[in-house]
Ligand binder design. Structure first.
Ligand code: UDP
Ligand code: MG
Length: 151
């Protein structure tokens, strides 16, 4: 199978507090992606800053770090064909009001600063983010559904 990738998906504190973990997992799982890593985590300021290092010069950076550290997040690793780009499509646009209905952000949120979910934007950033959030690796196992999902 070509284009098998892994991506870092994170349900942000507002998604966790609003009880959307199950709904979000269901969307990725039902599509056929494989869950390789899953954990609840209270995020240290330095860890949130490292995750969003590329945005450190933005005016919203301080508020963003505070938001990510305000309550636990649900950190996940999902695997599948083209999962990085497809994951971003499932999530929707950064600004929820610009997200299509049917996407996670388009269905469940309104403000850009409370957009409930993160998804890696490229294969290289996914690798960096997975190394940061899952330093001990993820769960390697054979998925029984694979031949029923991939030709
Ligand atoms: N963000 C914000 N205000 C902005 C732009 C972004 O608060 O004007 C937050 C928002 O939570 C977003 C995160 O910063 O999800 C990371 O921004 P990025 O541009 O990487 O968007 P994403 O990749 O999450 O769609
Ligand atoms: Mg981003």
């Amino acid at each position: 199978m070509s284009n098998t990738e892994r991506t870092y998906i994170m349900i942000k504190p507002d998604g966790v507090q609003r009880g959307l973990i199950g709904t979000i997992i269901q969307r990725f799982e039902q599509r056929g992606f494989i869950l390789r890593g899953l954990k609840m985590m209270s995020v240290e300021k330095s860890h949130a800053e490292a995750h969003y290092a590329d945005l450190s010069s933005k005016p919203f950076f301080g508020g963003l770090v505070e938001y990510i550290c305000s309550a636990p997040v649900c950190a996940m690793c999902w695997e599948g064909k083209d999962v990085v780009k497809t994951g971003r499509k499932i999530i929707g646009a950064t600004n929820p009001l610009a997200s299509e209905p049917g996407t996670i952000r388009g269905d469940f949120c309104i403000d850009v600063g409370r957009n409930i979910i993160h998804g890696s934007d490229a294969v290289e950033s996914a690798q960096k983010e997975l190394a940061l959030w899952f330093p001990d690796g993820v769960c390697e196992y054979e998925h029984a559904m694979k031949p029923w999902i991939y030709e």
